[in-house]
Design a protein around this ligand. Structure first.
Ligand code: PGA
Length: 257
């Protein structure tokens, strides 16, 4: 982390977990546990149907509500999809774009990711752009090249002044939901490389201000070590965000220093 230049953001990605009643119970528990003052920014990416309720449940707290996906078109015949404007109007502040599960199961490509980034920015949402290599890519030694390609493609056409609104989440696919975390050194190295790519695309000032998260089996035990890396400014947390006590421990780790 480097609080001087950029925000620390801890985001929970609930994926397809928690009904409305589960969400209500979680909100009550988390609100009681939230530390006062000195907070890192906290985001909860909830299932779309529970967004309006979650916005209400976390009103007047520092917890912002996020969506897990968005369509890139403004409107039209896209059955089952949601537009960025629909999300923004419901009080959504952030949206995950390009999560590896969406790339894997729903044919999301680097090109649709780029379009979604533009759609989200146009509607005033803050994108959480996910990038990450597969195990095969890591073993072949092409991680940094692949991540560079993903970041460049996703950010194509994004002007420097919009970069303040973008969070990049580095999520190695082999570490997601597997209990196998990247070491702090491995994660730090890739996050540093992501910042270097942004420096090349824009400039040092833009790169310094971008929040870069790590995601992939981050939990209460390993959070402090990962967050101690200078280029890791937060986490995108799946499994460990489903339990308010675990999630709060990660928030507390991000508030240390
Ligand atoms: P995990 O998920 O923490 O359960 O590994 C992270 C993510 O997919 O965002």
């Amino acid at each position: 982390m480097n609080r001087r230049y950029r925000k620390t953001v801890i985001a929970g990605n609930w994926k397809m977990n928690k009904t409305l009643s589960d969400t209500q119970a979680f909100a009550q528990q988390l609100r009681e546990l939230l530390p006062r003052g000195k907070w890192c920014d906290i985001v909860l990416c909830v299932p779309a149907i529970n967004i309006p309720s979650a916005v209400r449940l976390f009103k007047n707290t520092r917890v912002a509500i996020a969506a897990q996906n968005v369509h890139f078109e403004e409107k039209g015949a896209f059955t089952g999809e949601l537009s960025a404007a629909m999300l923004a109007e419901q009080g959504v502040k952030y949206v995950i774009i390009g999560h590896s599960e969406r790339r894997q199961y729903y044919n999301e490509t680097d090109f649709t990711v780029n379009k979604k980034i533009h759609a989200a920015l146009a509607a005033g949402l803050n994108p959480i752009l996910c990038v990450g290599e597969s195990l095969e890519q890591r073993e072949l030694g092409v991680t940094l090249e692949y991540i560079t390609y993903q970041v460049k493609t996703a950010l194509a056409g994004v002007p420097a002044e919009q970069m303040r609104r973008i969070i990049v989440a580095y999520e190695p696919i082999w570490a997601i939901g597997t209990g196998r975390t990247a070491t702090a050194q491995q994660a730090g190295e890739v996050c540093q490389a992501i910042r270097a790519v942004i420096r090349k695309l824009y400039d040092a000032r833009v790169a310094r201000a971008v929040t870069i998260q790590y995601g992939g089996s981050m939990n209460a035990k390993n959070a402090a070590e990962l967050l101690a890396q200078p280029d890791i400014d937060g986490g995108l947390i799946g499994g460990a965000s489903l339990n308010a006590e675990d999630f709060i421990q990660i928030i507390n780790a991000a508030n240390q220093e």
